[in-house]
Design a protein around this ligand. Structure first.
Ligand code: SF4
Length: 393
C-alpha cells in the first residue's frame, strides 16, 4: 500500500541469567516464570492487535529485546512469532531481530529462530577482552562471543549485529581498537558502539559513588568516540547515528537497524512485555515494570499499562530535533517547518552560521546535520536550537 505508515513491534523479554553490573534495563533472574510470561504475552498481543488491525496497519519491523530473549529458546520464540503472525499483517520484507547473549545461546535454537522468521541476530558482546568482560559483570568470555558469532553465520544468519562498550574503567584506546578489529573479523553487518554510562541504582553507580571504581575522564571517552568512528570507517562501517554503524550492503546502501531508525524517526511502534513502551506518533504509553503484576493483570483480561502521556506540540518539536540530530540524515528543516508551522531555519540562522564555522554542523540538501565533533556536543547543540525556536509561533 502506498504511503502507508509501517508499524514496528518491540517485545521485551525480561529475563537474564545474571545482572550485569552496569545495566539498568528491566530483567529478572528468576527463570521459573517463562511459560506464564509467554501466556501473558500472547494475551497482550491479541488485545493490542484489535486497536491496530482496524487500520490494517502493516508491520515491517519486530525486535525481541531485553533482557536476554535468546534464553527463552527456539520453541517459545516460535510460539510468539506465530501469535504475532496471527494478529498482525507482517510484511514479508520485515526485519525481525532477536537479541542474544553469547553466554546464553544454544546452537540448536539458531535454526528454529530462522525457521520462525527471525532474520537478524544481535549479540551483546561488549568486549573481546576477558578482563574487561569481568569488570562489566558479563557472564560470557571472549571465546564464547567468537563461537556465537561463528555458529550464527554458519546457521544461516545473513544479518548479524553486535554491541561494543567503550569507556570501561582502565580501558585504553588500544583495547577499544582491538575490540573493533576483532569484531570486524566476523564481518557483522552492524556494530553498535556505546560509551559506558553509570546509571543510578546499578552496582557500577554505587561503586563509583564510593570511589571503588574510577570512570575514565570525559576527554578520554571523547577521544575513544572519535577513535571508534575512525577505526570503524577504515574497516568499512559507516556511522549513521551517534552510536551505530552499518557495513555497506550495496552501492550507497548500508545495513541500518530498522528498529532503531523507527525510534529516531518518531515512527509508531507497539511494545509488548513488562516495561515496554509504545508510541503512536503523539501518545506514548508504557507497561508495568513488575513481571508478576504484568502477568496477573493480563491473566485477568486487563492491559498492564502503568502510564501514558500525550506529547504537546513543544514536546514533539523537542523530540523531533533531539532524535533527528543523532542521525547522519539530520533534521529536515522544511519538513519541520511544514509539520510544526515554525520557521526553524530563520530562527536558528545565527546558530547555524556559528556551528558551521566551528565545524560542529553543516547544511546539506535542506537538512541540518551534525559532524562527528558536533555529535559529541549533541545535547548542548539541541538545547541551543530549542532555545532559539519559539514553539508557539
Ligand atoms: S544481559 Fe543485557 S539485559 Fe541482561 S543484565 Fe546484562 S546488559 Fe542487562
Amino acid at each position: 500500500m502506498v504511503n502507508e505508515k509501517k508499524l514496528g513491534i518491540y517485545v521485551h523479554v525480561p529475563f537474564c541469567l545474571n545482572k550485569c553490573l552496569y545495566c539498568d534495563f528491566y530483567s529478572e533472574t528468576d527463570l521459573s516464570l517463562f511459560d506464564d510470561y509467554i501466556s501473558a504475552l500472547e494475551i497482550e498481543i491479541s488485545m493490542h492487535s484489535n486497536i491496530y488491525s482496524i487500520n490494517g496497519t502493516c508491520v515491517d519491523s519486530i525486535y525481541f529485546g531485553g533482557g536476554t530473549p535468546s534464553l527463552l529458546g527456539g520453541a517459545r520464540i516460535s510460539s510468539v512469532m506465530e501469535t504475532l503472525q496471527r494478529y498482525f499483517r507482517i510484511s514479508p520484507e520485515s526485519e525481525i531481530t532477536i537479541e542474544a547473549n553469547p553466554g546464553a545461546l544454544k546452537k540448536a535454537d539458531l535454526k528454529i529462530f530462522l525457521d520462525s522468521g527471525i532474520n537478524r541476530i544481535n549479540f551483546g558482546v561488549q568486549s573481546f577482552n576477558d578482563s574487561n568482560l569481568r569488570i562489566l559483570g558479563r557472564i560470557h568470555s571472549s571465546k564464547q562471543a567468537k563461537e556465537a558469532l561463528e555458529i550464527s553465520r554458519i546457521a544461516g544468519f545473513g544479518n548479524i549485529g553486535l554491541d561494543i562498550i567503550f569507556g570501561i574503567p582502565g580501558q585504553t584506546p588500544n583495547d577499544l581498537k582491538n575490540d573493533l578489529y576483532q569484531a570486524s573479523e566476523f564481518r557483522p553487518e552492524h556494530i553498535s558502539c556505546y560509551s559506558l554510562t553509570y546509571e543510578e541504582g546499578t552496582p557500577f553507580f554505587a561503586s563509583m559513588s564510593k570511589g571503588i571504581i574510577s570512570p575514565l575522564s570525559d576527554d578520554d571517552v571523547a577521544q575513544m568516540f572519535i577513535d571508534a568512528g575512525e577505526t570503524l570507517a577504515q574497516l568499512g562501517y559507516k556511522r549513521y547515528e551517534i552510536s551505530n554503524f552499518g557495513r555497506v550492503k550495496e552501492k550507497n546502501n548500508h545495513y541500518y537497524s530498522r528498529h532503531n531508525m523507527k525510534y529516531w524517526s518518531h515512527d509508531p511502534y507497539l511494545g509488548f512485555g513488562p516495561a515496554a513502551h509504545s508510541f503512536d506518533g503523539k501518545r506514548r504509553w508504557w507497561n508495568q515494570r513488575g513481571l508478576k503484576s504484568w502477568i496477573s493483570d493480563l491473566a485477568s483480561g486487563r492491559l498492564a499499562i502503568s502510564g501514558e502521556e500525550i506529547l504537546s506540540k513543544e514536546e514533539l518539536m523537542t523530540e523531533t530535533i533531539f532524535l533527528a540530530l543523532r542521525t547522519i540524515s539530520g533534521l529536515d528543516l522544511k519538513l519541520f517547518k511544514d509539520k510544526f508551522d515554525s520557521d526553524i531555519e530563520k530562527a536558528i540562522k545565527p546558530l547555524i552560521d556559528f556551528y558551521e564555522s566551528d565545524g560542529f554542523a553543516f547544511i546539506d540538501s535542506g537538512r541540518l546535520i551534525l559532524s562527528e565533533k558536533g555529535m559529541l556536543a549533541a545535547d548542548a547543540i539541541t538545547k541551543g536550537i530549542l532555545n532559539a525556536v519559539d514553539p508557539i509561533d
